[in-house]
Each structure stands twice: as structure tokens, then as C-alpha cells.
Design a protein around this ligand. Structure first.
Ligand code: SF4
Length: 356
């Protein structure tokens, strides 16, 4: 390395753009003390823009049906193992209310590309009505994580109350993308996020780690995300899923996710970076917060009957994915749950920025 780690981290702290070589150097850190310095820098940048405040997202996986066959996903269409459900609107409203009352800042309405919603005009209207009712009942910002939609539907989503559009590329290596998301269009998925911004939504981009990517691929993804400048950027470790072609893939080490997360914080210091409870549950949360995350996602009420995505059941029944369960962890790390007003202000400010 031609540049010392200290110099590199100082450069990041001054918010000077990092070169691909510098990003690779950070991704390659092996020593614990070096990674510790990286995480500390990430926390300093988080503090600069968000102080000690952490946002919390409720997760509602309302349909586990999907027409796609992503090789990494438990709910891929050809997997016969998962329990498939399509929750009625009343239940979605009930769970949304429970989450809102528990103090989350946003509701993430998620499904695979369920043909019932995608292929029939009526299906889209059921989704739009669900968004409208959840918004009316809770008043919370809504994120839609429901696949790739036409520009026309994206406009409708905004009209009916969606604030965020999450659509993860998972990798920015088109060849690997094709292996992970067979028969899906790389560019169409990428452009859907641009269309969502034009329609008036904030966007979330994301990558998976441990799915066969090289460190160079990760550096390229980080560069692509810097260019895209999504309002929220996530990395999630891959979890091998039963009944899929990647069932025997090894689990990536937890700190791989943490290092990438910290480099994302250095690259996008003003943006939201989530720590998902969907990978190692509550046990993995501290490491991600220490690496610079400022959102906790995938909160699911214990008795809701809803599933997670990467870990369909982990910690849900035990009530470990609730606001009450994570508050002590925030306190231990000298962090605190942000006020709802702080989140609404942040979202409002970002939305104003969409039109400049
Ligand atoms: S990752 Fe999403 S689109 Fe792909 S199979 Fe799973 S639910 Fe469907």
C-alpha cells in the first residue's frame, strides 16, 4: 500500500473521494486493530451527520410468492420448501399498526414479484390500496420493496403514499448479476431506481456479500453506489438457503459485511446505512452498529405470522426483532432511538432535494 491507513482514514474523514485502489485497500484489511480504526472512522462520520440517533424500520413481508428464480433466494419460484402466503389487507394493516405503536420510523412493505400483483391490472390496485390504507392508518413513511415496476406504476406508488423504493442490484458485475438473477434485466433494474427518483421517491440500493463476488466487484459496487448516490445503501451477508442451487455455499464471515458497511459509510457519509436483523439477528446487530450503520431494519412483531427474507424465522417468535429488544443494545453502545420527527425531517429534506 503506497498510502498509510492513517492517511487514508484521515482523507475519508475530510470527505475526500477515495480511489478504487484506496477502497480496495480498506476492503482488504486483515488485522483486527486496522479494522477497529476503520470502524471508528465510520462512527465518527455517522456522528457528524446523525449524532447518536438511530432510525428503526418495521418489516412486513406480505407475500412470499415470486415469479423470479434468483439462485440465492429461499423464495425463488422453483423452491418447493417455503411456506407460501399472501396476507390479506386487514392483516397487513394490523401488523402495520402494531409496528407503528411500537415506535418504528418507517414501514417496509415487501414481497417477491408476486404474479397476482404484477400481471393483473386489478393486482396493482390491491397493492396501491394497501399502501394508501397503511399510510392513512399509521401516518408513517412507507418503503416499497416489491420488484421492478413500470414508470406508470412508480408514479401511482407515489400518488398512493409510497416514500421509498428499494430495489437491490445485489452486485454491479453484470455477469454475476445474471448468475444470481437469471432472466432478469440488469439495466432495467438499475434504471427503475432512476425512474423512482424521477417519480418522487427516495431510493435504496444494496449488495450481497459472499455470493461469488471478488473484492474488485465490491469496490466497483461501492463506486456505482457513489455515482448513484442512493438515500440508503445496504450490504448484507449471504445466507445459504435450503432447496436452492446455493444451499451449500459457505457462510461469509460476519466481519466481511461489517468492513463493507464501514467503507459504505466512508463513501456515503450523509446517507442511511442499515443493519439488518435478517442475517445474524440480534446477535449480529452490535457489530453492524459499531461499523457505522444508522438504521435497524427487519423489525417484525413476534406474533404477526410474518416471515423474514434471508432468515425466514430467526428471532421472530422469540420477540428478538422488536423495538423493545433492541433498545438495550442501542443504550449499551451509547446510541439512542431517533425521534419520529427527526426521521420525518430527514425524509422531507431529502425529498426536497429530489427536485433540485
Ligand atoms: S430475491 Fe426477490 S425477486 Fe428474487 S426470487 Fe427472491 S423474492 Fe423473488
Amino acid at each position: 500500500m503506497s498510502i498509510s491507513l492513517e492517511t487514508l482514514l484521515k482523507k475519508a474523514l475530510q470527505e475526500e473521494p477515495l480511489s478504487r485502489e484506496e477502497v480496495l485497500c480498506l476492503l482488504n484489511l486483515k488485522e483486527e486493530d486496522e479494522k477497529g480504526k476503520l470502524f471508528e472512522t465510520a462512527r465518527m462520520l455517522r456522528r457528524r451527520y446523525f449524532e447518536e440517533s438511530i432510525f428503526l424500520y418495521g418489516f412486513i413481508y406480505f407475500s412470499t410468492w415470486c415469479r423470479n428464480d434468483c439462485t440465492f433466494c429461499y423464495y425463488r419460484s422453483s423452491n418447493e420448501l417455503p411456506l407460501r402466503y399472501r396476507k390479506p389487507q386487514e392483516q397487513v394493516l394490523e401488523v402495520s399498526t402494531t409496528l407503528a405503536n411500537s415506535g418504528v420510523h418507517l414501514l417496509d412493505l415487501t414481497m417477491g414479484e408476486d404474479p397476482n400483483y404484477f400481471h393483473k391490472k386489478k393486482g396493482v390496485h390491491i397493492l396501491l390500496s394497501m399502501i394508501q390504507e397503511v399510510k392513512k392508518k399509521t401516518g408513517l413513511p412507507i418503503m416499497i420493496s416489491c420488484g421492478v415496476w413500470s414508470d406508470e406504476v412508480l408514479d401511482d406508488l407515489v400518488e398512493y403514499g409510497a416514500d421509498w423504493f428499494a430495489c437491490y442490484q445485489e452486485t454491479h458485475n453484470p455477469t454475476l448479476f445474471q448468475a444470481l438473477r437469471p432472466l432478469q434485466d440488469y439495466n432495467r433494474r438499475l434504471l427503475a431506481k432512476r425512474s423512482a427518483v424521477q417519480a418522487g421517491m427516495l431510493i435504496e440500493e444494496g449488495i450481497l456479500s459472499g455470493v461469488g463476488e471478488s473484492l474488485e466487484d465490491v469496490a466497483d459496487s461501492i463506486h456505482a453506489m457513489k455515482q448513484m448516490n442512493p438515500h440508503q445503501a445496504r450490504v448484507m451477508n449471504f445466507v445459504p438457503q435450503r432447496g436452492t442451487p446455493m444451499a451449500n455455499y459457505p457462510f461469509p464471515p460476519p466481519d466481511r459485511e461489517q468492513v463493507i458497511l464501514a467503507v459504505l459509510r466512508l463513501t456515503l457519509p450523509r446517507r442511511l446505512i442499515p443493519a439488518s436483523l435478517d442475517v445474524n439477528g440480534i446477535q449480529g446487530l452490535k457489530g453492524k452498529l459499531k461499523a457505522g450503520a444508522n438504521v435497524v431494519t427487519s423489525l417484525i412483531p413476534a406474533s404477526s405470522g410474518m416471515k423474514g427474507v434471508a432468515q425466514s424465522e430467526l428471532g421472530i417468535f422469540e420477540g428478538q426483532r422488536t423495538v423493545g429488544a433492541i433498545l438495550p443494545i442501542l443504550e449499551e453502545l451509547e446510541l439512542k432511538k431517533a425521534s419520529l420527527q427527526a426521521y420525518l425531517n430527514w425524509v422531507g429534506k431529502q425529498k426536497q432535494g429530489l427536485f433540485h
